[in-house]
Design a binder for this molecule. Structure first.
Ligand SMILES: [Zn+2]
Length: 878
């Protein structure tokens, strides 16, 4: 699945999840018995959009491994009508007993089924629910749509099934639907005939390849599509009628990406056709259903004349991610959900490969470095988890879709790719895919293949990163002895909590096998495997002036330099380090502050060296940290002075870049300008920038020159922070009248940026109205917690209206988004209140996120008391 969170806006919210209560005994009980396995499903649905229901008839061909009188399969929200098992004269009626807690149905017959092939015939009724999972109802204006979202465990809500990823089968699907509606599924349409009832027609699809149940897809409604092709594969980009033109950008990107993947992979795109569909209500960002990928509208549709860089990049990234899944996930599927990183880590790693080729100007390598930082940030918590971790229940499986699975999985793959070289890595990937095509695989299958293909110890490296939680910290010191340079490197687990690991024994036990790449002055450097607690790398027969221990910023580790080593490196940062390397250095330094190893003064001194930073991804990372310092580590006395520091630091660069875009400005320059406007206007409280933002926004809202789409979020946020009622009303009207998703969200989310309490309250009330879709509620709500002025009001509102909000906030990923956003509190009273509230109102799929939030608040409380005086004296000494 594609992430539902808005990475671009909420880098600090890439928090995560998962309470692993994986006691083997109870856990096992969630899996189906292995006696009976499916090979083919025949599925016929008659969909009634008006009644929000459907009827199903189903035949499952199964293999019985040993004689049995019972077959257990998965079912939820299903009303069984009739079940028979067998063929011809041996066909017998079965009784059904349901276990709601385990979401299973047990079919029992009086005469034992013999070993061998048989058939299960089921007729049943189902509902189109409003929960955005299973087979559900989506609405847009006065029209209704029926759409599926089955990952991870919701195919069972549409048809009784052996709903586990390793129980692959082929599927024949037919849909009986209203005459005006069309249908999209995994297969191509092979027939479309009138139904007995003249108001309906029957659409049949071609047989799918062998695949997992969670990848089955159906969508019914008034869709319309753009058509294209690449390498003879027909491609369609579809949406609700009237929106298809906004699919042009996506279609163009999809064609290019398919060609790229067909070149990269030894197995060419295997599914004959590819449909991409934008759905009005969708819980995740997107879903990689085989050959029928479904998206929320903002991840597929964009107005090419008014599209921010963020929107275009996001669409390209999500398309590349979901298409990568056609190989990693759909063709080769993890054996069980404990290896979901084989889907998600791989798709996240792969998504940047085509984009780096198609849009080299987008600096994708910097985005990758940002992702590394996000994963390392989460992995520094006590409440992190191993990439490969036991999960059994549906809630535990949902929790596993987090930054550790996605970002850490991808980071670790990039590190290994960098270590082996891209060609060797690619050969390994292709060998792995060919060995398991149309089947399943485990982590071990992957690293054994990689080790065999490369001849390098990938099978020793990867388990240390995949099977144990946390990330290593390398302490690095450069010295020169007898005219020979050396780097002394020691490793230990990096933790924000100084008390973790608890004991010296635990500390020495957790070790990683780390491919470390070093870049050093005089052209020295290279890659080596760090396997011991302490190791010395030779940098050659001369005294090199400086060294950087994460060349390419692809290593999944933090680095702490000795003071002399850092002093030697500092003057070279701008000229000798690449943008991803600069980002990694700044990220590591900030992490060391949060861990209590360095001071905020150290960080501010380092940040002062970024006054000429022209790479937006790097600048915005530093600017975010400065914004954090302004919010949390200043007091009433020091804050104006800190704002002055921010203005003086970035003022010259802002002068150079300017407030207004010109037609020849590159995407990168616009993005840099957007960061500078937000930083000067909000963190720096620059009056002139704020006035310019409001004036430009007023002109645009009044029908004057439109805002540069890439700048619009920053301009609107700066204006809204000081905004009045007139602006609030105008933004609300603009969001409701917007035609493209990018436009709608840029106005909608700005409602959470106001500081006026009366306006904040109005914006909060809006979350209760039907105008805000369930799919958007958690992301909308999370924004109020990022706003210092709105934070306590939003929390009070959330508690007060929990009964109404809970159903909207607990759709896939929403509960972790909101509980994660609460980590912006930084006081013990709020922490205790949050704990108490969720003890009373438990969120099973966000239990771990809540623990992480408490941990982050504790860290912030300690940081605030230790570092606020440090910031004050640093400012005084400037
Ligand atoms: Zn995915």
């Amino acid at each position: 699945m594609g992430p539902m969170r808005d990475w671009a806006i909420f880098p600090t919210l890439i928090t995560a999840i998962a309470a692993i209560v994986g006691v083997a005994g109870t856990a096992r009980a969630q899996r189906l018995p292995t006696t009976v396995t499916p090979s083919h499903y025949d599925l016929n649905f008659t969909v009634d959009l008006e009644r929000a229901s459907f009827d199903g008839t189903e035949t499952i061909q199964v293999d019985v491994a040993q004689p049995t009188q019972q077959i257990v399969l998965n079912a939820a929200e299903i009303a069984f009508r009739e079940v028979t098992i067998g063929t011809g004269s041996s066909r017998q009626k079965a009784t059904v007993s349901l276990n709601e807690a385990r979401q299973t149905a047990t079919l029992s017959v009086t005469k034992a089924l013999p070993k061998g092939r048989t058939e299960i015939h089921i007729s049943y009724a189902g509902i189109l629910n409003g929960k955005l999972r299973g087979f559900y109802l989506s609405t847009e204006k006065d029209r209704r749509y029926a759409v599926t979202q089955f990952e991870a465990t919701d195919a069972r809500r549409a048809f009784p099934s052996f709903d586990e990823p390793s129980l692959k089968a082929t599927f024949d699907i037919s849909l009986t639907i209203d005459r005006q509606d069309s249908a999209i599924s995994n297969g191509s349409v092979i027939s479309d005939t009138p139904a007995a009832d003249a108001s309906r027609h029957i659409v049949r699809f071609s047989t799918t390849p062998k695949m997992s149940t969670y990848l089955v897809a159906m969508a019914v409604g008034r869709w319309s599509c753009l058509e294209g092709a690449a390498d003879s594969v027909p491609i369609r980009v579809c949406g609700v009628e009237g929106k298809q033109e906004m699919g042009r950008t996506a279609l163009d990107m999809t064609q290019q990406i398919l060609k790229f993947y067909n070149t990269y992979f030894a197995i060419k795109y295997p599914y004959g056709k590819l449909d991409l569909l934008a759905v009005p209500d969708f819980a995740a960002g997107a879903m990689e259903n085989t050959a029928a990928i479904f998206y929320r509208e903002r991840d597929l549709l964009v107005d090419p004349k008014d599209a921010s860089l963020g929107a275009r990049k996001r669409i390209a990234t999500v398309i590349a991610h979901e298409m990568a899944h056609q190989w990693f996930g759909d063709l080769v599927t993890m054996k069980w959900w404990d290896d979901i990183w084989l889907n998600e880590g791989f798709a996240n790693w792969m998504e940047s490969r085509p984009l780096a080729t198609i849009r080299p100007d987008w600096n994708i390598a910097v985005d990758e470095a940002v992702d590394n930082q996000a994963a390392l940030g989460l992995d520094a918590l006590r409440n992190t988890h191993a990439v490969h971790a036991a999960v059994e229940s549906p809630a535990e499986i949902d929790e596993a879709f987090d930054a550790i699975t996605y970002q850490k999985g991808a980071s670790v793959l990039r590190m290994v790719e960098n270590y082996l070289g891209p060609d060797t890595f690619r050969r390994g990937v292709n060998t792995y895919l060919q060995a398991h095509a149309y089947g399943n695989a485990t982590s071990q299958d992957f690293w054994s293949t990689m080790a065999a293909v490369s001849g390098k110890p990938v099978d020793r490296i990867l388990p240390t990163f995949i099977n144990q939680p946390g990330a290593p910290l390398l302490e690095v010191s450069l010295s020169c002895v007898n005219n020979r340079s050396q780097l002394d490197i020691s490793q230990q687990r990096f933790s924000l909590d100084p008390a973790l690991p608890e004991t010296p024994q635990a500390r020495s036990k957790q070790r990683w096998q780390i491919p470390v790449c070093v870049k050093a002055g005089s052209g020295a450097g290279g890659c080596d495997l760090i396997a011991d607690n302490n190791q010395t790398l030779s940098l050659g027969p001369s005294c090199v002036p400086w060294a950087f221990a994460n060349a390419g910023a692809q290593g999944y580790y933090r680095t702490a330099y000795s003071p002399e080593t850092l002093r030697a490196l500092a003057p070279r940062i701008e000229e000798a380090l690449t943008p991803p390397e600069r980002l990694s250095l700044a990220g590591d330094e900030w992490a060391l502050v949060r861990a209590g190893r360095h001071t905020a003064a150290d960080y501010l001194t380092l940040a002062s060296g970024f006054a000429h930073e022209h790479t937006n991804g790097v600048l915005s990372n530093v600017a975010d940290r400065l914004d954090f310092i302004a919010d949390y580590l200043t007091d009433a006395g020091s804050r104006p002075r800190f704002q002055g520091f921010v203005r003086s630091l970035f003022g010259p660069l802002f002068q150079e870049i300017g407030f207004t875009s010109t037609t020849v400005d590159s995407d990168e320059r616009r993005a840099l300008r957007a960061t500078l406007i937000a930083t000067m206007g909000t963190t720096g409280e620059d009056e002139q920038v704020a006035a310019a933002a409001r004036a430009a926004l007023d002109r645009a809202l009044a029908g004057g020159p439109p805002l540069d789409a890439t700048l619009s979020r920053s301009i609107i946020a700066v204006a809204a922070a000081r905004g009045d009622r007139a602006l609030f009303d105008a933004l609300l009207a603009a969001s409701e009248g917007a035609t493209s998703p990018d436009e709608r969200y840029r106005y909608l989310y700005a409602l959470a940026e106001f500081r006026d309490p009366a306006l904040i309250d109005r914006a909060l009330e809006y979350s209760l109205t039907s105008k805000l879709r369930s799919q958007d509620t958690s992301a909308y709500f999370a924004r109020f917690f990022a706003n210092e002025g709105a934070r306590p009001r939003a929390w009070a509102f959330l508690k007060q209206h929990w009964a109404e909000l809970e159903p909207k906030l607990t759709i896939f990923g929403g509960d972790t988004t909101v509980t994660g956003a609460l980590s912006s509190f930084c006081d013990a009273a709020a922490r205790d209140d949050i704990k108490a509230f969720f003890a009373q109102h438990p969120l099973p799929a966000a239990a771990r996120t809540l623990n992480q939030t408490v941990e982050r608040i504790n860290n912030c409380v300690a940081l605030r008391s230790a570092q606020t005086p440090v910031v004050t004296s640093w400012l005084a000494a400037r």
